[in-house]
Design a protein around this ligand. Structure first.
Ligand code: ZN
Length: 261
């Protein structure tokens, strides 16, 4: 009780003096297509979460990029949209967000199936370490955030990996709620994943074929669809849509239909 009161006080102060000013919030609501369909109550809640998120996490711009409050809030608000009904605890266990100006290059040594080590060079737009930082490239964030690209949003993708890793390894299954039967989740997602694998073999994937890489990427990609193109996900993988709706405890498709009315 005392803690509740203390947290509430901390939050009120953060809201008053914190980085998300009225002006910035209005600007974000206009600039970010994912924030537009929110109703008033949801928007108020999202602003609270965004503010607390920005107080709790450490943003670190590298290779000469300077991050201002607007840039941080563009990342934070979309990350918090995902946990609107889950709470900030879903992002616990790590603190740092590293932002590169552009797509970044990583060099890594990986072992192949026979145990032989190879140097691998990749270009990445984002990356999420299981217990470490989350890494983003700003130009990719900007491209996906300021305009709606159906099925693609690097912020949603990388933060989905963070949610997935909350119960151990990122394996395509975040911690489910007690009212969500494990078998239903596994059945729905593995059926859709297997179907996608077959489609990819025949070159006609119904969603981004990158989702067929492994179950963790599948969860991250279907989460991108869930928030940016719920109508496509619902139409092409309705069982997956239903499971994500139960997990995220929100229904982006219903929200879109509501504003179209
Ligand atoms: Zn990924």
């Amino acid at each position: 009780m005392l803690l509740d009161w203390w947290n509430r006080r901390k939050m009120l102060r953060a809201l008053r003096k914190g980085p998300v000013t009225d002006r910035l919030w209005r600007q974000l609501r206009k600039e970010l297509p994912l924030l537009r369909p929110l109703e008033v109550n949801e928007a108020v809640k999202l602003r609270e979460l965004t503010t607390l998120f920005m107080e709790e996490k450490r943003f670190n711009g590298v290779q000469g990029i300077e991050l201002d409050d607007r840039m941080k809030a563009i990342i934070a608000s979309q990350a918090c949209l995902m946990i609107l009904r889950l709470g900030l605890e879903s992002y616990s266990g790590w603190t740092e967000i590293i932002v590169y100006p552009e797509i970044f290059r990583v060099k890594r040594t990986v072992a192949d199936e026979s145990g032989i080590m190879h140097e691998q060079d990749s270009n990445l737009s984002g990356e999420s370490w299981e217990r470490g930082p989350l890494i983003l490239s700003w130009n990719e964030v900007e491209r996906d955030s300021l305009q709606l690209h159906k099925g693609r949003n690097v912020v949603i993708h990388e933060f989905a990996h963070k949610l997935d890793a909350l119960n151990g390894r990122a394996n395509g299954m975040p911690p489910l709620h007690p009212d969500m039967p494990l078998e239903k989740w596994t059945e729905a997602l593995s059926r859709a994943y297997d179907k996608l694998q077959r489609q990819v073999e025949h070159h006609h994937a119904c969603i981004n074929p990158y989702a067929a890489t492994n179950p963790a990427e599948f969860f991250a990609v279907v989460s991108e669809y869930f928030f940016t193109a719920p109508e496509i996900l619902e139409q092409r993988c309705w069982e997956v849509y239903g499971q994500l709706r139960a997990y995220y405890r929100q229904d982006p498709l219903a929200r879109l239909k509501e504003i179209e009315r």
